[in-house]
Design a protein around this ligand. Structure first.
Ligand code: BGC
Length: 710
């Protein structure tokens, strides 16, 4: 009976589900002017510039501007963070007053919906146009290696394939508005702990299979800028490394446009000019802190004149840098445009995109049946985050406006059935039909945060569960946290990430059953941090610093962080090492159920074939509408080299009414079966048997089939 009432309720309320399917065909971005056209104009401009003007141009100005040459009609160009909207610094606030705070990128990735990545980025691009921001300093695309990384919230998770599909759509969506996207941080900036004094040691196969594919996808999608990382790779700072910039980024990945450094990350002007970098950031600063002053004057621009006079660098080298900056700007017609405040009329549409993203990206991790909360009469909402908007901090922080807290969102929906209590008494907890506790971590650029929650929070949760079994956690964070202390005791867990200015509305809709959750984890969450492939990246005996104090201290000894796990990042590690994660990659619950049937494909991928078609049918076997994210993994059971037990090579998000069944097609490419072979510096497919696995998460495989690849 209760099920029928619920079903009827869902029938009425589930209209929020989007009908849109992921984009069928992906089309890369091409700038208004081709490389050759832009290059010839850049060459002309360059020929009119004095050496002093050229030197000015190879560094940033006023923290976020390029250098303008008024007499040549070259205006200074404004850059701004971040991947999740516009960072509202005072000079931008002056122009547009406000800008939407979108849910964080890891939430976007949890939607597994590339169309949303496109819409999300297009909305941000339009806000950039309103503020005359020419270059967005995002998307950040570093792979999730350790749960403690303070910047995981800014990125797209642990899997190169999923992240690549989201990021390529982000690039196109953003750049179609005329705003340049900046892929960052190139490369292997996978933790924040002493990021400027970390030397990442990573092998070539791992780079190609795990850390480069997202950058490659972004570049192939047409990204017009790349920002280098703070850390060193194999002994050299990325921002001044010829190997990183010229050998890998330019020559191997084929990137032709603007390469800038991260802020204060180059320390040797000769190496910097030889590396292939175009623009050293931030150059002149608005206000120099003692820590920045302590770095000295290692910059290319300030030293260039002397180095030229001493014959240590050449004017041609400076010309190369300037020409790249000019060429990129000309190709995007950045010198010809003005702020377009008419885009401000679209901010309310952007807010809708932000809300839609949250509806699809919030992940229901656990549900003993308590959710949705229909029929509950007395609900308490409490917890540190309930009455405020949770954010990730650092340069990615976007302020937003019209903030909706979880308390407000729940009050709007549940009316008098919900009450906010800051510190509920035991009797209040006992008498409630459900207790929603909204907690989380404050993740930030510049430092990492512990996997474990503070004991005080764990105790609050344990205490509540000891007197009321109906405790629901809503968690705001950018990555995995330690849930082991109370995982068996709570009734439900909603992973809401940092939901942005309006995302809490989606959380409340999910709690109420107005929206059926469909997000799935783009990460694995370990039971304990020592299970993680990256465990041990903080040297033994050192403590994690939860502050910025050492961020600019490059006098600290360089710590080698060896990526010993190689290609076994995320679920590749947990699967291959037989370690059970608490929640596997790809996991996320729905209020309905799905049945997988009829996996159908050829038995063989012939030598002459490039594409391989996989079909299967999915049926909604529950009582409410819902979306399923169908995941296709492959395995090479016999190989000359180690291959992960599973590798994601395709997915599709599909919306189904109760009882509805659809056939879906996922296309594989020959290259999806390949691994990177360093001996030939190329991808290699080993002919033989492969296993295709289709499932609802990386650990919930429903159908599988063996095929032969010739
Ligand atoms: C961050 C970059 C950011 C830059 C400018 C740096 O600290 O690492 O991601 O774009 O600041 O704000």
């Amino acid at each position: 009976m209760e099920i029928q009432i619920l079903a009827a309720l869902f029938g009425l309320l589930s209209c929020n589900l989007t009908k849109e399917e992921p984009m069928k065909t992906f089309k890369s971005f091409t700038p208004p002017l081709s490389y050759e056209q832009a290059d010839s104009i850049a060459g002309e401009l360059l020929s009119k510039m004095t050496i002093d003007e050229k030197i000015e141009m190879i560094g940033g100005h006023h923290m976020f501007y390029t250098f303008g040459v008024e007499r040549l009609g070259i205006p200074p160009l404004l850059m701004s963070d971040a991947t999740q909207g516009i960072r509202m610094l005072p000079h931008i606030k002056e122009k547009i007053g406000k800008s939407v705070a979108f849910p964080c990128p890891i939430l976007l990735s949890s939607t597994w919906n590339p169309s949303l990545a496109y819409n999300y980025a297009k909305s941000i691009g339009e806000e950039c146009r309103a503020a005359n921001i020419s270059i967005l300093l995002g998307p950040g695309v570093n792979i999730y290696r350790v749960s403690q990384n303070g910047r995981n919230f800014e990125y797209f998770g642990e899997d190169p394939y999923l992240a690549a599909r989201m990021v390529e759509n982000y690039i196109v969506g953003l750049q179609e508005t005329g705003t340049i996207a900046t892929l960052k941080h190139f490369m292997c900036n996978n933790h924040e702990y002493h990021r400027r004094t970390t030397n990442v040691i990573v092998d070539e196969r791992t780079l190609h299979e795990i850390y480069l594919p997202v950058f490659k996808a972004g570049i192939d999608a047409g990204a017009m800028a790349v920002m280098t990382a703070y850390n060193q790779i194999n002994g050299e700072y990325c921002g001044q490394s010829k190997y990183v910039i010229t050998d890998i980024l330019r020559n191997e990945l084929g990137f032709k446009w603007l390469v800038m450094s991260d802020w204060w990350s180059t320390f040797d002007p000769i190496k910097t000019i030889n590396s292939g970098l175009d623009l050293e950031m931030p150059g002149h600063t608005i206000e120099e802190s003692p820590a920045i002053k302590a770095l000295g004057d290692p910059y290319l621009r300030t030293n260039a004149k002397k180095l030229l006079n001493d014959g240590k660098i050449t004017e041609q080298q400076i010309d190369r840098m300037v020409r790249s900056i000019l060429r990129t700007s000309v190709a995007m017609q950045l010198y010809d445009r003005k702020a377009d405040t008419s885009y401000m009329a679209k901010f309310s549409d952007h807010e809708k995109v932000a809300l839609e993203t949250a509806r699809e990206g919030v992940v229901l991790l656990k549900n003993n049946g308590i959710l949705p909360l229909a029929g509950k009469k007395k609900i308490i909402i409490t917890g540190d985050n309930a009455n405020k908007l949770p954010y990730g901090l650092g340069s990615a922080m976007v302020e937003g406006y019209n903030h909706v807290t979880l308390r407000q969102a729940m009050e709007n929906i549940f009316k008098e059935k919900v009450v906010y209590v800051e510190h509920p008494l035991d009797d209040e907890i006992k008498q409630a039909d459900a207790v929603v506790i909204n907690i989380g971590t404050i993740d930030s650029e510049g430092f990492d945060r512990p996997f474990d929650l503070p004991d005080e929070i764990n105790q609050t949760i344990l205490h509540a569960t000891s007197i009321n079994p109906n405790v629901i956690l809503v968690i705001n964070t950018g990555g995995g946290i330690n849930m082991t202390p109370w995982i068996d005791k709570v009734a439900a867990i909603v992973y809401a990430w940092y939901p942005g200015q309006i995302g809490n509305q989606a959380v409340a809709e999910i709690l109420a059953g107005q929206v059926n959750p469909s997000g799935k984890l783009p990460i694995s969450i370990e039971k304990q941090f020592s299970d993680s492939p990256g465990y041990g990246y903080i040297p033994e005996g050192s403590t994690m610093e939860n502050n910025w104090n050492n961020d600019l201290n490059i006098k600290l000894p360089i710590t080698n962080v060896e990526y010993k796990e190689g290609i076994l990042v995320g679920y590749r590690w947990y699967d291959t090492k037989n370690i059970e994660p608490l929640f596997p990659f790809g996991h996320g619950l729905s209020y309905t159920t799905f049945e997988y049937n009829n996996l159908n494909c050829n038995d063989k991928l012939k030598k002459t074939e490039e594409k391989f078609e996989v079909n299967l049918s999915i049926k909604n076997t529950g009582k409410v509408k819902g979306a399923e994210i169908v995941q296709l993994y492959i395995r090479d059971p016999e190989s000359a080299v180690i291959r992960p037990i599973k590798e994601l090579k395709g997915f599709k998000k599909i919306w189904l009414n109760p009882g509805e069944q659809k056939t879906i097609t996922i296309m594989l490419n020959r290259n999806d079966f390949a691994y990177w072979d360093p001996s030939i510096k190329s991808w290699k497919v080993e002919p033989g048997k492969f296993i295709l696995m289709v499932g609802s998460s990386s650990r919930d495989i429903r159908l599988q089939k063996e095929i032969e690849v010739e």
